[in-house]
Each structure stands twice: as C-alpha cells, then as structure tokens.
Ligand binder design. Sequence first.
Ligand SMILES: Cc1cc2nc3c(=O)[nH]c(=O)nc-3n(C[C@H](O)[C@H](O)[C@H](O)COP(=O)(O)O)c2cc1C
Ligand code: SF4
Length: 678
Amino acid sequence: MSNDPLLQPYQLKHLTLRNRIIVTAHEPAYPEDGLPKERYRAYTVERAKGGVAMTMTAGSAAVSKDSPPVFNNLLAYMDEIVPWIREMTDAVHEEGAAIMIQLTHLGRRTRWDKGEWLPVVAPSHHREASHRAFPKKIEDWDIERIIKDFADAAERMKAGGMDGVELEAYGHLIDQFVSPLTNELDGPYGGSLDNRMRFCFDVLKAIRARVGDDFILGVRYTADECLPGGTGKEEGLEISKRLKQSGLIDYLNVIRGHIDTDAGLTDVIPIQGMANSPHLDFAGEIRAATNFPTFHAAKIPDVATARHAIASGKVDMVGMTRAHMTDPHIVRKIIEKREEDIRPCVGANYCLDRIYQGGAAYCIHNAATGRELTMPHSIAKADRRKKVVIIGAGPAGLEAARVAGERGHEVVVFEAANDPGGQIRLTAQSERRREMISIIDWRMSQCEKLGVTFHFNSWAEADTVQAENPDVVIIATGGLPHTEVLSKGNELVVSAWDIISGDVKPGTNVLIFDDAGDHAGLQAAEFIAKAGGKVEIMTPDRSFAPEVMAMNLVPYMRSLQKLDVTFTVTYRLEAVEKSGNELVAHVGSDYGGIAKQRTFDQIVINHGTIPLDDLYFELKPASSNLGEVLHDQLIAGRPQTAWRNADGKFQLFRIGDAVAARNTHAAIYDALRLVKDI
Ligand SMILES: Cc1cc2nc3c(=O)[nH]c(=O)nc-3n(C[C@H](O)[C@H](O)[C@H](O)COP(=O)(O)O)c2cc1C
Ligand code: SF4
C-alpha cells in the first residue's frame, strides 16, 4: 500500500473514506426542474470514477420554498427528488466513493423574484449586497417551519441513499442567526451566543431525530467572519467547540470570511493571482483546538499543497473542488504516479462567475466538465491514423493538437510566433493572470508526450500546408485587435493589446474605450495607471467590463481604485481628431442627443479581435469540404462528412477566434468537439 498521506483511508464514524481528497459542496447549476438528472449524475459520477474519496454533491440544496434557487439549486423540498438522488448515489457508490449533499436555507442570500416569488426571510431587515433582496424579519412560525423543512429534506436524502448531509452556515440563514451583524431578534433566537446558536442546534437536533446515528452530519461554517462587529476568531473557536460538544455532528468544515459581497466571497474562494491555501493554517488551528474531524477547501489547487495539508495534520480531509472541475481524475493520476498529467486549475473562476450570472458552471480549459454526456474526459483512439496539420498554437490550436495526438494521429503544428500561447501568453503578462499560462504549458507537455511536431517562427503559407500532404487542416490562427470602430480617426488610436504587450508606451492622460468588456480593457488600464497615467474607461454599456464578471472583477477593483482610474458608463466614442499634440475625442451616447468633446494624449480601443483568416480562405478551394462544418454532426458528436469538392485533398476546419472573437473556453470547446471525432 502507498505511504502517500493523501492516499490513506480515513474513518469518519462508520464511513470509511478511501483517501483524503474530497470535492466540497458546489452547485454547478446543472439541475433540470430542480432535480439532479442525467447531466448532473454524469458530472458527479465522473469524479467518483476519478478516485475522489467523497463528493459533496450540490451546493446549497434548498430545504424550503422561501429559499429560492438563485443559482439553479437542487430543490431538496420536493419528494420527486428522491429517485433522482437514489440513481446518483447508487452510481457513485458503485465507483467506490462516498456521497453527501449540502442542505441549506439561503435566508437573505437569494432573490424574491425566483422560484415561488415568496418574500425572503432573515433574522433582520439588512439586505445582502450581492443578491439585493430586502428580507422580511423572520417570525416564530417561519422558524418552526424551516426547522421541520430541514429535517424533512435530510430524511429525503437518507431515503435517496446519501451517506450524510452537511449544513451550510456561512452567509446563509443558519449563520445569519449566529452573526451579530445579521441577527436583530430578541428572545430565544437573538442576543447571546447561546440564543444566536439556538436555531443551528434546533435544526441539527431535528435532523438527528429523523435520520438516526448511522448517517453523517456535518456543518460548513465560518469560524471568523473577518468583519468588524461580526463573528470573530475567538467566538468562532467557541462556536467550533460547541458544535463538537453538541454530539450532534461528525465533522467540522471550516470557512474563514464572509460572502455577502463579491469581495468577501473572493477572499473565501480566492481566484488566480491571489495566494494559495490562505485559510489552511486557520483550519489547522480549529482542528488543534477541537481535536475533531476537520475538512477544509480554499484554493488548494495542486497535489503538493493538498499533501502538505494532510501530512502536516492541519486537516483530515482536503477539498480540491475546482481542481476536480478541471481534472476529475486527480486521484487516479496520483495513484498511477502521473501527477504531471493532471490538468491544472488556473483559478480563472470562469466556473463560479458563470453561476452567479445565471449560467451553468464550465471550466475555462476543460470543455468536457458539465458536458460529460457528450464530451469525453479521456479521448478514444481513432480507427485510422491521419495526418493533421494545425496552424496556430494558441489555446484552440493546442487543444486541437492535444486531442488529435490522443486520437493517435500524426500532428504537425505551425506557429508564427517564437512561443506558443497566442492571446493567453499576452494576458499572462499581468502578474495576477500569470496562472493562465498553465493552460498552455499543460497542453505543450501533453503534446510533447504524444509526439506532436511543432514549427515555431513559421508563417505557414498555403503551399507549406499542402506540402505536408495532410488529411485534415485546422486553422487556429486567432485574431488581431479590432480597433476600426470610429467614423473618423481610426489611425489615431491604439489597441488594448498594444499596451499589454508593451508595443506601445502608455500615455499620461488616456481614454480607454472598452466595448468588448473583457479582461484586456482592465489590464490595459492597470498597465497605464501603474505607469503613472490618468485613465478613464468609457463604455456604451450599462456596466463596465461585463465579460470579466463578479469575482474576477474584485482584484482589478482593489488595484484600480487605488490608482488614477475612473469609469464612465453609457457613453460611446464616435470619432477622434488630432489637435496639436492632443487627441480630441468626440463622445456620443446610444441614448441620443449627446455630443461632447474631450481631450486626451492617448486613446485605446478594446473591441475584441478580427479573425486572422487569410490562410483559411486561401486553402478553402483546395479542400474537400470547402471549409464547411456540419453543425448537426458537430453537435451530435459524429465525424464531419461534408463533401463539396471532388478534387479536394484534405478536410479544412477553422476554430476559435479565427472564426469570430469569443473567449478561451469557446476556443477550447471548438477544438475538443471537432477533433474528438476526427
Ligand atoms: C461552481 C461552484 C459552486 C459552489 N457552490 C457552493 C455552495 O453552494 N456551497 C458551498 O458551501 N460552497 C460552494 N462552492 C465553494 C466550494 O465548495 C469550495 O469551497 C471552493 O470552490 C474553494 O475550494 P477550491 O479552491 O478547492 O475550489 C462552490 C464552488 C464552485 C466552483
Ligand atoms: S474555470 Fe478556472 S477556477 Fe474554475 S475549475 Fe476551471 S481552471 Fe479552475
């Protein structure tokens, strides 16, 4: 047996966990009608197959109707959920993993205009900044009802074959009772710590009475809100001890921080550019003080840090949650001594930011996650070895090369630049986006193992490509910054990429017109402002940088608000003129009736990219499909059979930004779903 600390089994009461790695609760927003149907099951089972000890399915499954599913949560209050839960738990158990579910009442952390349109309840009227609902102050009959709802839901989960349930007590109703900041009740549920913890214990007692002893019960709670006037560390330690002493629960799952604002949430679940494992020592302190089974997750993305978390005795079970969204087979690869093959989580937080925008969780660089019913995590070998020539070694081209290599094809990649990476190499120039380069590095090392041939500094012409005698040609040449959006003065502006790459020196009084709304605009602003420039970011949209999304915006704001940067929404840059050494910006508005003139010394435009598609159009007449992609075949996962030119010698496809400006995930998804069937 291995002596790797991560691979040692752990006895949690009657439940034997096969190793020390868990996936903590997370709602990927895959439910259909509030139920975990085939897609949800396939996602969960893939992680069990990959070897994880336990998966905590769902995040925040709702126990009551007035806990509306604000990010498409599972509805644990419905009896219909039981057979779906049963199918999932049976399938996970078959793979040797344990499975639990997190239950909650969201309290004020939701919206009244979701689900059944019931008023939101909390132990005070204070609104949560993130979800904006003004709550009703909870009444005695609400409390009784919700305690019963928790017990009913736990009973359903036990009937569905779950090994246990976890209560969510950070930012949700249970700890809204505990925290002095959100509890303004008098009497039995407000005031002293005894009173503020009463709701939590009433819920735990009601659940225990229903599910009995042979069912795991845990609490995921904040042991330090890190907010003035909130639950501090000292009280958090006391709460931890009381939870243990209650004899009602089997483990503690430690959180540090608060999640009522985007900034608070981002400190609890740090993203790229922020420190790894920031709360691990704190979790270790709780374990030392309580001597009780302790779980913890917060940006422990790599095996070495996870191993340290266990070996140092800081925690009993280590959560690698986003890491498993990126690679569901982490444990299997550890066992097979293939740690270097683990696809790294780069902390891009595309997964989590999407669910807060009402979308499903997708991983920025694993397009199979959440699409297990149609996209493979392990690529099958092709029946016939083909010659695949790929032009461009950005994310799309490299994913195409990796997948074609896994298929067993002979793969040749041409790249005009010195190095692979395309736009990712540029974006990784910012210190906080440095982790993005792992998207490229992992693919390069996989391609090397697969014997892919690379030609860097090679500007591929149609002749070069045809001389390779390819069966398939994939154009992944990306795009060039698109700045020609003005009625006049396009030649006077520079692109956000010019600034980020260092090709153009930052100005001192700069307008950034950003209607792409992605990272490049903010990155350029930061480069300029850090160099001492004054920057105004202007957008015609209702809010700035909408593609960056909530948690990704936090580190930018922490930086930009300290610099000389302002934001102007709802105005459009229409034209630019030169006047002496200055540039005059003509500014209008989509709402009409506005014509302003402003003066700057540099004007930057961020308007996405325009496809670099010359080679594609040159090759098109010589191809057998004339570039055509049959969408039905692409979506159904069947090989492409378009045949439009009898003289054509090869199939030709184009992917990523070489088709149209999109994002990294779209580029990688384009590549995976096309090439897995080539
Ligand atoms: C898409 C997504 C949804 C999440 N939803 C929940 C949730 O409902 N409840 C919860 O306690 N944590 C939730 N989390 C937080 C994770 O459990 C975990 O604490 C967090 O991702 C940090 O761990 P990691 O760095 O290993 O990913 C969610 C995380 C993700 C990525
Ligand atoms: S989107 Fe980013 S943070 Fe989320 S799982 Fe993928 S790599 Fe990790």
